[in-house]
Design a protein. Sequence first.
Length: 393
Amino acid sequence: MRSVVIAGARPNFVKVAPLLRALEAGGSQPLLVHTGQHYDSSMSDALFRDLDIPAPDVNLGVGSGTHASQTATVMTTFEQWLEENQADQVVTVGDVNSTLACTLVAVKRGVPVAHVEAGLRSFDRSMPEEVNRLVVDALATWLFTPSIDANENLLAEGVDPTRIFLVGNIMVDSLLASLEKARSSQIRRALDLEGRFGLVTLHRPALVDAPVALAGVVSALHDIASELTLVFPVHPRTRKRMEENGIAVDPRVVRLVEPLGYLDFLLLEAEASLVLTDSGGIQEETTILGVPCLTLRENTERPITITHGTNTLVGLDPDAIRHAADLVLRGTARPSAPPLWDGRTAERIASILLRGTPEVSWLPPSRDAPAPGGSEKTPSDGQTPIGPKSTHG
C-alpha cells in the first residue's frame, strides 16, 4: 500500500509526524510530499528535528503567492509528480491551500483521498480555510474527524455516514509524545523568564491585516502585561504588518521573540498562566494541557475546546480581552480532555486506511460501541466513545 501524505504548512507537520509512523508500523510505505507552501528552511529543519520526522521524500517547492496562484501552482506540480509515481491513496491534513490543491488533483486522477481533521466548521466563508474545508470534505473518501461536533457538521451537510470516522485529534498524538522531551527545553532560561507569564501568538489575516483591530489588541496586551509578563513569538507576517502600520509593541512589558521551535514553544505553552492566540491548533493544545486560552477571533471551528476545554472565545474588542484576561488570572482552568484525544489517533487512522474502502463508519451514541481502532478505553470524562466500526477484514 503506497500512502502519499501531504504537508504544506508548519502545523501540517505536527499532524503528519505520528501518522507516518503509524502507517509504517501497519505495513504501508508512506511517502511524505512537502509542497513548500511554508518554505523557511531553518524553521522546517528545526520542526523536523523536534518531531523526529525524516526529510520529505518530495519537495514541490511552490513558495508563496495569492490563494489562487498558490493553489494553482501546487495543483500543476503535484499533478506532474502524481503522473510519474504510484499512489494508492493520498492523505491530506488540515485546511491550507495545499490540502485543497492536492485533493483536487488526486480525485480527478481517481486516487482516493483521506482528510484528517474533517468536519471542522467556523461557518464563516470569509475565511479561506473554511472554503478549503468545505471543498475537501465534499471530495474525500475518508473523513477523519477529531470530535463529535465535526461528525454532526458533516451529517448536517448530507455527507454519506459511511465516509465519516471519529478518530480523535491527531495533534494530541504529537503533543503527548513530545511533552517529556519538551520539559528539558532551556527556553525559559534563555529568555530569563521567571515566575508566572503569558504566551501570545497572532498570525491570521483577519487580525494582522486589519490595522485598527491589531492596534486594539496590542493595546490590550500592554494592559495585561502590567500584571503578567507576556512572551510574544512574532510571526514574520505579523511583524511586517505592524511595521507597515506603525503599530509598536513596548518591549519593556511584552517580550518580543523570534518564532520558536516546536519543543521550546510547547514548554512555554505548558507552563504559561494564560495563552492569547488566534490559532486553531493552540486552542486544542491548551485544552489538553489545561492552560487557559483566550481566542482573539469572532468565531472558531473548534467549539469543543470551549465546551470541553479551557478555551474562551473573546473576539477582538480590547475591553473584552482585558476583562477575560482579568477573570482568568483570578480563577482556575477547567482541564478536561474531549473523547479520543488520547494520543492514539494516528493508530486509528492507519488501521482504517489499511482496510481499504470504508463500509460502516458512524454510529449513534451507544454504551456498547467500541472506540475506533479496536480500543475499548473510555475517555476520562466518562463519555462513551463514538467512532468507526467496520465489518471489513
